[in-house]
Design a protein around this ligand. Structure first.
Ligand code: ATP
Length: 266
């Protein structure tokens, strides 16, 4: 079943009307992973922030986006806020900036969950957070909840953010470059975890990334963005025979990087 239908989504500067994202359209079904690729500045983040109702001040969205048939772009602010967390989970690019440095990880993780599930007791929420952290490969979840954010490594902070999003049982998880600030081992671990999360919870995933290999590992379908527009879309196998010159360049750059790496190892 189609969960999300995006048609002609645009983002423009409010003051001048200059378009930054134009005419983005896609469908996302239950359990599906859509990869969004394109180089820096191609509009990947803004297209997703528009859906979440989190565009920076001075930008406005246009077009249509429906979740389970209900229009969301034009919904009142309160209705959009209610969709964040429970319907749309969001994992931002920089985990370190997403936490309040003066508050321990536990209270930050539980705050939104308390609000989303007023009927659950504190003990239930805490138990759920600990079990989630354990599934996300934290060796000592109880200790992690008592840590301050600066006590977590980059990979741990990113995984804690995934836990924060999952505690709200989102229907669609939007992950914006969740691995770009991580070392290779942590990158692989986060990608594995996102794949597992999808299989275990059944939530749909919008996975925004520069990393074609990561997208190939996770996504069912992809959209390729260049200069604010979708230039190619289809099954993830399109990386094997890209038809748009821009996609061909992205794929060739990725192959050349891999070749250099393998040659350096010889
Ligand atoms: N608040 C803003 N005001 C004006 N222009 C903006 C604003 N935010 C982003 N832009 C511009 O919109 C375009 C798309 O930005 P966006 O962040 O969506 O790109 P991206 O593909 O996600 O890049 P990256 O991979 O580097 O995160 C870029 O040209 C960017 O400079």
């Amino acid at each position: 079943m189609t969960l999300l239908e995006v048609r002609g989504l645009g983002v423009a500067l409010e003051r001048t009307g200059r378009p930054l994202v134009e005419d983005v359209s896609y469908d996302l079904s239950e359990h599906e992973c859509l990869g969004v690729v394109g180089e820096s500045g191609s509009g990947k983040s803004l297209a997703s922030l528009a859906l979440l109702g989190l565009l920076p001040a001075g930008l406005r969205a246009s077009g249509r986006a429906r979740f389970e048939g209900r229009e969301i772009l034009e919904a009142p602010a309160a209705a959009r806020a209610a969709l964040r967390g429970r319907v749309f989970g969001y994992i931002p690019q920089q985990a370190s900036g997403a936490f309040d440095p003066l508050t321990r990880v536990g209270p930050q993780l539980l705050e939104a969950a308390r609000f989303a599930f007023p009927d659950k007791t504190e003990a239930e929420l805490r138990e759920e957070a600990e079990s989630l952290l354990s599934r996300l490969k934290f060796k000592n979840p109880r200790e992690t909840l008592a840590h301050y954010p600066f006590e977590l490594s980059g990979g741990m902070a990113q995984r804690a953010l995934i836990a924060a999003a999952l505690l709200l049982h989102p229907r669609v998880l939007v992950a914006d470059e969740p691995t770009s600030a991580l070392d290779a081992v942590s990158q692989k671990s986060v990608i594995d975890i996102l794949g597992r999360v999808r299989a275990e919870t059944g939530c749909a995933l919008v996975f925004i990334s520069h990393d074609l290999a990561a997208v190939q590992a996770l996504a069912d379908r992809v959209i390729v963005m260049e200069k604010g527009r979708v230039v190619e879309s289809g099954g993830v196998e399109l990386f094997g025979h890209p038809s748009h010159p821009y996609t061909r360049r992205l794929v060739e750059t990725r192959r050349a990087l891999s070749r250099h790496f393998l040659e350096a190892l010889r």
